[in-house]
Write a protein that binds this ligand. Sequence first.
Ligand SMILES: N[C@@H](CCC(=O)N[C@@H](CS)C(=O)NCC(=O)O)C(=O)O
Length: 217
Amino acid sequence: MLQLYFWPMACSLASRIALMEAGIEARYRLMHLWNKTVVDDGSDFRTVSQKGAVPVLILENGERLTESAAVLQYIADLKPELGLAPPPGSLERYRLQEWLSFVGCEIHKAFLFPTFWYKDDAAKADAKADAKAAARERIGQSLSVVAEHLANRLYLVGERFTVADAHLTWSLLLLGRAGVDIAQWPPLAGYLDRMRARPQVAASIKHETELWKTMKV
Ligand SMILES: N[C@@H](CCC(=O)N[C@@H](CS)C(=O)NCC(=O)O)C(=O)O
C-alpha cells in the first residue's frame, strides 16, 4: 500500500485530495513539521526524506517520491481512466505541468512560505517583515494571472478536475491564513467554493482541519 507522509493542512493536503479523488487507499503517516519526527513511532523524519518536507510518497516498491508536482502526477497516473492528469505527451499534460509549477513556485514558495513560516521566531522578525512585504507585492500579480485564467473556466486544465486543481485548492485555502483575502478575486473565490463542494475535497479538508486542532505546535 502507498504511504503518504503529511502534516495537517500543509501542501501534502493536495496529495491526500488526489488520492481520495482517485479512490486509492493509502496509509497516511503523520509527521511533525516542527520537530521532524514521525508521530506514530517517534522516528526521525529526516531518515525518510533529507528534505525534511512533506509530501513524501512511499511507493509500493519502497521507493520514495518527493515534490508535490511529481507526487501528484504519480498518483494521477495510477488511475489514467479518471483523467486526474491528461495523457503523458499531450499538450494538455504540459499545461498541467505548467500550472503545477506556477502554483508550486509562484504561489506556494513565493508567498505562503515567507508570509507565515517562522511566525514565532523573534530572531527572524526583521527578515520576516521584509520577506512578507516583498511576497505581498508579488502575490497580487500571480493571483491575478490565475483569476484571469479561471474567469471563464471551471478547472485549471481542460474540462475536468485534475491534480493541478488539488494543488491550487490547497494554496487558496492557505492564503486566508497568510492574510490574503481571495474575495478580491471573484473567480478565485468562486473556484474555491466549487472545489470545496467536491465530496472528496471536502472530506480531506475536514479531516485535516480537525487533526490540525489537536496538534501541538
Ligand atoms: N517543493 C516542495 C515543497 C514542500 C514543502 O515546502 N513542504 C512544506 C509544507 S507545505 C514543508 O514540509 N516544510 C517543512 C520545512 O520546510 O521545514 C513541494 O512542492 O512538495
